[in-house]
Design a protein around this ligand. Structure first.
Ligand code: PBG
Length: 328
């Protein structure tokens, strides 16, 4: 065949490369995670995530207008309450930081898609993603079934505030069904569920736990989040969440798990998200600050690669910068 067939012909100019590019990246593919704190009056930078700050609720309206102006796909909100307790009751407070921020954002930019992370770990004093109990052996464990109720009530509070999408990230079994049932019963059958269906027990969440003040005070999350060695199990989690009524599903983290993004893409017709998590962001930031890589090129390449693996949308702390780099 050689030299009749020459793939390099399609790489000769930017024009032809643009024409034949298979995966694309646009601001509308990107969801910006944000941290709203009840205790703050001014933004507080997160040391391990350069460029990211915890924000006071009073900043929500302006942030919503910015996200809308840049054409982002949406935002996802996390909350830092003043008071924590063993059960994370503050996650259901209609005047908690997330419901207040949702209201302000919806008022300032009604067309902006607003998602809320549904989990109790930012609200529990022990930092676990559920209510604790002593099991039959006397060991402290997260009580799956007791946690479903507070997750459902928290999702309802978020929906009542105006969230378009609730996103359970706790990894309790059965939570998608419990949340769907509660939303429907309270008149929110039009609020969608984005399930963190496939969430691994990952070291790449480290910086987030500073940002959201939710590091577990003892033990770790391996009893509920997935083992990094497992791929078939991702499909099991996917199918269960589909059956329970998830409208969209997500894989998390993204970059070390692109094979999982691809497998889940092949296995579902649901819209698929991927979470380009805090540690992935921090690595690019740190390497760029050390002069080792070009931040803009590395971040855009990483995001494009997550799209190429099969994600429809990406949760990323690079959303604002990436939207600007993409010409928004
Ligand atoms: C739990 C939650 C976590 C993240 C999103 N939701 C932390 C965890 O599971 O420990 C991590 C996101 C990131 O690292 O960017 N509510």
């Amino acid at each position: 065949m050689f030299p009749t067939i020459r793939p390099r012909r399609l790489r000769r100019t930017a024009a032809i490369r643009n024409l034949v590019r298979e995966a694309t990246l646009a601001p509308s593919d990107l969801i910006l995670p944000m941290f709203f704190s009840e205790a703050l009056d001014a933004p507080r930078p997160v040391a391990t995530m350069p460029g990211v700050s915890q924000l006071p609720v009073s900043a929500a309206a302006e942030q919503a207008r910015l996200a809308k102006k840049l054409g982002l796909g949406g935002v996802i909100l996390f909350g830092l309450p003043k008071q924590k307790d063993p059960n994370g009751e503050a996650s259901c407070d209609p005047n908690g930081p997330v419901p207040l921020a949702v209201r302000a954002m919806k008022e300032a930019a009604p067309e902006l898609l607003v998602m809320t992370d549904t989990c109790v770990d930012e609200y529990t004093d022990h930092g676990h993603c559920g209510i604790l109990k002593k099991d039959a052996r006397g060991d402290m464990v997260v009580d799956n079934d007791a946690t479903l109720d507070i997750l459902a009530r928290s999702a309802v509070a978020q929906a009542r505030a105006g969230a378009d999408v609730v996103a359970p990230s706790d990894m309790m079994d059965g939570r998608v069904g419990a949340i769907r049932e509660a939303l429907d019963a309270e008149g929110f059958s039009d609020v969608a569920i984005l399930s963190y269906a496939v969430k691994y027990a990952s070291s790449f969440y480290g910086p987030f736990r500073d940002a959201a003040d939710c590091a577990p005070q003892f033990g770790d999350r391996t009893g509920y989040q997935m083992d990094p060695g497992n791929a078939r199990e991702a499909l099991r989690e996917l199918f269960l969440d589909e059956e329970e009524g998830a409208d969209m599903v997500m894989v998390k983290p993204a970059l070390p798990y692109l094979d999982i993004v691809h497998r889940v893409r092949e296995a579902t017709a649901l819209p698929l998200g991927a979470y380009n998590v805090s540690g992935e962001y921090a690595m690019i930031k740190a390497a760029a600050a050390a002069g080792m890589i070009d931040e803009r090129r590395a971040a855009l390449e990483a995001l494009l690669s997550i799209r190429r693996a099969g994600a429809d949308f990406i949760l990323t702390y690079h959303a604002i910068d990436a939207a600007k780099w993409l010409g928004a």
